[in-house]
Design a protein around this ligand. Structure first.
Ligand code: XMP
Ligand code: MG
Length: 188
C-alpha cells in the first residue's frame, strides 16, 4: 500500500517501511547490548504498539518474554489528562524483573509517565521505555525514554499500529493525516 491507495485522507508518507525496519534493527541491537545476560520482559501497550512489538522482538537476539497492557486515558475533550484506567492488566507478576515498555508514540508523555509509576510500584528490577515515535510536546515532561525511533512533527500521524478512529493501523509506513480529516487538533 502507498499513500495514494488510502485516498485523499492521507497527506504524505513521513517514514517509509524501509526506514522503520532499519531503525528497528538499530534499536534491537542497542537493547540486546544493554540487557545482555539479563532476562527481559517486553510490555506492549495495546493497540498501537502491536507492530513495533512484533518487529522489535523479532529483530532482537536476546530471548525475551512479552506481555500486554491496555490503558485508556481519561481526558476532558481532546487532551490526554494523565488520569489513566487499566482496561487490561499484565498477565504476570513483574516483581524482580527487568521491564521494557514498548510504545508506538510519546506525545504529552502523560500516559507513559503514569504507566511507569504504576509498573514501578510493583517492585520490578528496572523499568525503561522504548517508543518508536516522539512528538515535540514530550520534551515538556520529565520522562526518560531510553530508546526512540524517530522524532515526528506535531501533526497527527497514522500507520504502523497508529490509528485514526481505528483506521490506518495496518499501513506499513507512518503517514500524516490531512488536517481536514481530524480538524487540525493533534491532541487526543
Ligand atoms: P500522551 O499524550 O499521553 O499520549 O503521550 C500518547 C498516546 O496518544 C496517542 N497519540 C496518537 N495516536 N497519532 C495517533 O494515532 C498521533 O499522532 C498520536 N499522538 C498521540 C497514542 O495512542 C499514544 O499512545
Ligand atoms: Mg497508544
Amino acid at each position: 500500500m502507498d499513500a495514494g491507495d488510502m485516498g485523499p485522507a492521507l497527506k504524505e508518507v513521513l517514514i517509509t517501511a524501509e526506514q522503520l525496519s532499519k531503525r528497528t534493527e538499530e534499536l534491537a541491537a542497542q537493547i540486546d547490548a544493554d540487557y545482555a545476560g539479563r532476562e527481559l520482559l517486553l510490555v506492549g501497550v495495546l493497540k498501537g504498539a502491536v507492530m513495533v512489538m512484533a518487529d522489535l522482538a523479532r529483530a532482537m537476539h536476546l530471548p525475551v518474554q512479552m506481555d500486554w497492557m491496555a490503558v485508556s486515558s481519561y481526558g476532558s475533550g481532546t487532551k490526554s489528562s494523565g488520569v489513566v484506567r487499566i482496561l487490561k492488566d499484565l498477565d504476570a507478576d513483574i516483581s524482580g524483573r527487568h521491564v521494557l515498555i514498548v510504545e508506538d508514540i510519546i506525545d504529552s508523555g502523560l500516559t507513559l509517565s503514569w504507566l511507569v509509576g504504576n509498573l514501578k510500584s510493583r517492585d520490578p528490577a528496572s523499568v525503561a521505555i522504548a517508543a518508536m515515535l516522539r512528538k515535540p510536546s514530550s520534551a515538556q515532561m520529565d520522562i526518560e525514554v531510553a530508546y526512540t525511533g524517530f522524532d515526528v512533527p506535531d501533526e497527527f500521524v497514522v500507520g504502523y499500529g497508529l490509528d485514526y478512529a481505528e483506521r490506518y493501523r495496518n499501513l506499513p509506513f507512518i503517514g500524516t493525516l490531512a488536517p481536514e480529516v481530524y480538524g487540525g487538533n493533534t491532541s487526543r
